[in-house]
Design a protein around this ligand. Sequence first.
Ligand code: C2E
Ligand code: MG
Ligand code: MG
Ligand code: MG
Length: 284
Amino acid sequence: RAKALGKSRFEVFAAGMLTEAVNRLQLESDLISALDNHEFLLYYQPIINLKTGALAGFEALVRWHQKDRGFVLPSAFIPAAEETGLIMALGQWIFREACQQLHQWHTLLPQYRHLTMSINLSNRQFGQTDLVSQIEAALKETQVDGHCIRLEITESMVMGDVDAAIDLMLKLKSLDLKLAIDDFGTGYSSLSYLHRFPMDTLKVDKSFVGRLEKSNEDRAIINTILTLGQKLGMEVVAEGVETATQVAMLQQEGCDYGQGYFFAKPLPADEALNLLRQHQPLGC
Ligand code: C2E
Ligand code: MG
Ligand code: MG
Ligand code: MG
């Protein structure tokens, strides 16, 4: 009896694995045609200056609009895009699209000429040999000012070969770009290297912000991260800001920028433009 049960369990398990593999293959084949079919689009989430309430910039966040699946979030397809290598072409499209969008907003609204655009890089893109020349070409073609672009890099990307990573960062910075360390505090701690990285911005991961109201210890952790960023001459952005209390606490702690649902969700380009046109300091 035990044996029979074991066998049927094995079959269920195997069938589950097969379904998963088939789903994965389907996802990958859908992904491959997605770029040609123009199924990707960028959403833009505001980043707010916590001292003035001004809209300082946006982070570009990719979405996949697929006919059978609807809107797909990056967590559901970026890993497959990395594995298949599609991320190279997709990442290149994302960078160009975000630059084009920023250039358009700069042109339409000269009062926003300092508006920034933050663009995420994936692990595989960071290791790509022609990354610098690709970015240089895209900046030139879209005529956007490099210093308004912030490339977001995570800790895990730079912790392998630290010297090679620093070399690459310096090359990117020679294009007049700014660099941000994303999801800070969640990866392998790079505390001993952080001062060597030519980073301009530190983004405190939303998990820390989410715990701000829970305890004094969590508040002390944010405070320490802010002090660290400030001591290293970096601007600090708090991610995942969801409540007015969090905004008040972050302001008290001297955090420069905030990003999160409290201010706005990631928005399609036309809604982001409306927001810019309203010209109101948001939520502060
Ligand atoms: P991330 O770069 O840390 O982006 C911030 C994520 O937090 C976004 O999720 C955003 O929608 C979400 N978020 C913003 N405010 C709040 C909030 O108040 N509360 C909560 N709970 N979440 C908030 P999204 O768009 O699903 O992206 C997830 C991750 O996927 C990103 O994390 C980034 O690592 C990756 N990703 C997104 N777009 C791109 C892209 O264009 N290229 C690459 N390589 N990766 C991307
Ligand atoms: Mg990011
Ligand atoms: Mg982040
Ligand atoms: Mg994150």
